[in-house]
Design a protein around this ligand. Structure first.
Ligand SMILES: [Zn+2]
Length: 490
């Protein structure tokens, strides 16, 4: 017996040594994926760009479902024509559905596939409830103490004007791209009414266009992206999550007076179904875009985290648990469950025959609206509760995952490294929604990246009060687009 125990102990020690050995090898071979670049001299950008962005903010191009402020869009259009005379005279311009704008800068070599830079002109309205919190009027476009203030500076007139400034500057320098450069600025991204980007994409499809890559707003250069990462991180969204809303309807046969309630009621059944869903979250996965993120960021992290991310085969459970405990990271590892509407009953002494709820799911790539509905039915496991997509709601499957070994990813990565030399670059999953979704099929290589360097604490300014953009941040955005076009169109 003692001999057996000794042998078992030796075996356990050996297994531990092997695991340790694998962990060490994995950590040593977990090497940087950052491409080396020559330091780029900062191109001079004049301060006047800040004032010009401020003036663009003064057109309140708010989009609301089914309605836009047409005068504001016409005003912005005229303003762009006046401010960027070379773009106006040298590029081919057309308008789609009255307010969306497409520019084409022809290339020297028509055999090369064009590139497409996207932005949206519309902005979200200002919430009356927190209007008082604004330090400056939201549509004042005030430039103060190194910041341009106002609705749309971050989302996303900064990008729109940044692209225009970059192209105008390149035209001034006599630059001629080898491949065509398209700019497409929709006017209803915030409402997804379907008249802007969706219509532009339809026109592109009819022309048979195929783009080398598409770049839209998306993830940013976050100074404090991950704990354990001592660098800012430029995240390039290679995919975006899908969305489906499911309506749960609990129905019961026995209704009537609340003085003789049956054991089970519609409200009780519905509540139980929702609690089951919350208690059984979708499985956590570190794959696809999120696995790539850790493959790119991991080697740049402090030692402890490097060991952790190099050895997900061993530490995966722990990492998933850790990421799952914070809503901002939980959303990148699983399909999320959010009950948003509940209805049932109409009188305090009458038992309703049915109760309804809507639950909003954000779908991880690899799953679909259909597989989400199947999972929900399995978890609820009650035929008295039906699960269906409610009328008027359209599910959107997650986007395909764009590659990282592509020309598009490579030039965006290179440009980000040149313009933000202290930052590392990583592919990532975007959990929001962008217009780029409409351009699926027009390119296999769709990237969601806003070259805007900010801190986490600045994120609530987007769609919230006190939206503002640092002048230096904005200048780097212009430098990014300038360099991106140069790197893409040599
Ligand atoms: Zn936006």
């Amino acid at each position: 017996m003692r001999r057996f125990l000794r042998r078992l102990f030796r075996l356990a020690l050996l297994a531990l040594a092997v695991m340790l050995g694998i962990a060490i090898i994995k950590t040593i071979t977990f090497t940087s994926r950052q491409i080396p670049v020559e330091p780029l001299e900062k191109r001079p950008v004049e301060d006047a760009v800040g004032e010009r962005l401020g003036r663009a903010v003064r057109y309140p191009t708010v989009s609301l479902p089914g309605s836009i402020d047409t005068a504001a869009f016409i005003g912005l259009d005229t303003f762009l024509e006046q401010q960027f005379p070379l773009i106006d005279s040298l590029l081919e311009k057309r308008t789609v559905n009255g307010f969306s704008r497409v520019y084409k800068w022809p290339g020297r070599n028509p055999k090369l596939a064009p590139i497409l830079l996207l932005a949206h002109q519309d902005v979200v309205p200002v919430d009356e409830a927190n209007k008082e919190e604004w330090a400056f009027p939201p549509f004042g476009g005030k430039v103060d103490d190194g910041y341009i203030w106002g609705r749309g500076t971050m989302d996303m007139k900064g990008m729109l004007m940044g692209i225009m400034e970059a192209v105008e500057e390149l035209l001034k320098e006599g630059y001629s791209p080898n491949r065509a450069v398209y700019l497409a600025f929709g006017h209803d991204e915030e409402t997804q009414d379907g008249y802007g980007a969706k219509a532009i994409a339809r026109a592109f499809r009819e022309e048979g266009l195929q783009f080398e890559y598409v770049i839209d707003e998306g993830m940013m250069v976050l100074e404090d992206a991950l704990s354990g990462l001592p660098h800012p991180m430029a995240m390039i969204g290679v995919a975006e999550k899908g969305i489906v809303t499911l309506e749960l309807i609990a129905r019961v046969e026995e209704v009537g007076h609340s003085s003789r309630p049956p054991k089970e009621t519609a409200i009780g059944l519905l509540s139980r179904a929702i609690v089951r869903l919350e208690e059984h979250p979708f499985p956590a996965k570190i794959d696809g875009a999120t696995a790539s993120l850790f493959n790119y960021a991991g080697p740049e992290m402090d030692f402890f985290y490097r060991v952790l991310f190099a050895n997900l085969w061993l530490t995966g459970g722990l990492v998933k648990h850790q990421l799952g405990s914070d809503p901002s990271t939980n959303t990148v590892i699983r399909t999320t469950t959010a009950p948003t509407i509940i209805q049932g009953g109409f009188k305090d002494n009458v038992l309703p025959s049915e109760a309804r709820a809507q639950v909003n799911f954000r779908i991880l790539p690899g799953e679909t609206a259909g597989t989400v509905a199947d999972y929900v039915r399995t978890v609820i496991d009650d035929p008295r509760v039906t699960v269906a997509v409610p009328a008027g709601s359209t599910p959107e499957d997650p986007s395909p995952v764009s590659g990282t070994n592509t020309f598009g990813f490579e030039v965006i990565q290179r440009t980000a490294r040149e313009v933000f030399p202290d930052a590392i670059v990583a592919p990532a999953l975007f959990v929001g929604f962008t217009d780029s979704r409409h351009y699926l099929g027009l390119s296999d290589n769709i990237y969601r990246f806003s070259p805007m360097r900010i801190r986490r604490a600045d994120l609530p300014r987007i769609h919230g009060p006190n939206e503002r953009l640092g002048l230096d941040t904005y200048k780097d955005m212009i430098r990014f687009y300038l360099r991106l076009i140069e790197n893409s169109c040599k």
